[in-house]
Write a protein that binds this ligand. Structure first.
Ligand code: ADP
Ligand code: ZN
Length: 214
């Protein structure tokens, strides 16, 4: 099963990559790999040979600095190489990263989750996350059983600082500038499968499993 389950999920913020990535991972026994988690899990990795400002990824993170592409590349590929099958979410974010990735691994499914901008804004401004375990909710579309309390772990549910309307608009703008070209790149190579991300999470999941199993 492993060989054909290297999945790259692309799409704007709010398209449902996190939601669907988790479901796909559970369905097919895959690792979900996000840049943030990969960085947090490898904070102490020795990157002195990369010749950057700090000797570990944690150095950048603790200083509140942007982690350079070379470091992100190294970390994500280390995470990929330890996985049997994977869902990659949130990487590559730009064309340089996409080029690096293509030198490191083959992908079986490159999927673009297509969702109109007005829907994205509604989803992101209503998104809530568990402060303890990271589970994702939505105030209208996917509320927890008890307001403010995580179904999975009982933790506190909060709004991410970057899910306010103003920040959401800015994130969508940055996405258009940096990451939309990555989508165009995969479209040009013929690798891209475009899937509608509209409708309920179950609807979208059915489309994704159809694609992956076809
Ligand atoms: P991404 O990882 O692409 O940024 P998320 O998976 O975090 O997106 O989803 C963004 C928000 O939209 C979350 O609050 C999530 O609960 C909600 N959401 C995800 N998929 C759907 C859907 N199909 N319909 C309605 N809301 C959704
Ligand atoms: Zn939780």
């Amino acid at each position: 099963m492993t060989d054909d389950h290297r999945v790259l999920l692309l799409g704007p913020p709010g398209a449902g990559k996190g939601t669907q990535g988790k479901r796909l991972a559970a369905e097919y026994g895959l690792d979900v790999i996000t840049t943030g988690d990969a960085l947090r899990n490898n904070k102490e990795m020795d990157i002195s040979e990369l010749d950057v400002a700090y000797d570990t990824p944690g150095g950048f993170m603790d200083a509140g600095e942007l982690v350079p592409d070379t470091v992100v590349n190294e970390i994500v590929v280390t995470a990929l190489s330890g996985a049997e099958g994977f869902v990659l979410d949130g990487y590559p974010r730009n064309l340089d990263q996409a080029e690096y990735l293509s030198e490191q691994t083959a992908l079986d499914h490159v999927v673009f989750l297509d969702v109109p901008e007005s829907v994205l804004v509604d989803r992101l401004t209503g998104r809530r996350v568990c402060d303890d375990c990271g589970a994702t909710y939505h105030v209208d579309f996917d509320p927890p059983a008890e307001a403010g309390v995580c179904d999975e772990c009982g933790g506190e549910i909060v709004q991410r600082e970057d899910d306010t309307e103003e920040t959401v608009r800015e994130r969508l703008r940055v996405y258009e500038e940096e990451t939309a070209p990555v989508v165009d790149h995969y479209r040009e190579t013929g690798a891209l499968a475009e899937v509608s991300g509209e409708g309920s999470p179950d609807d979208v999941f059915d489309r994704l499993t159809d694609l992956i199993e076809s």
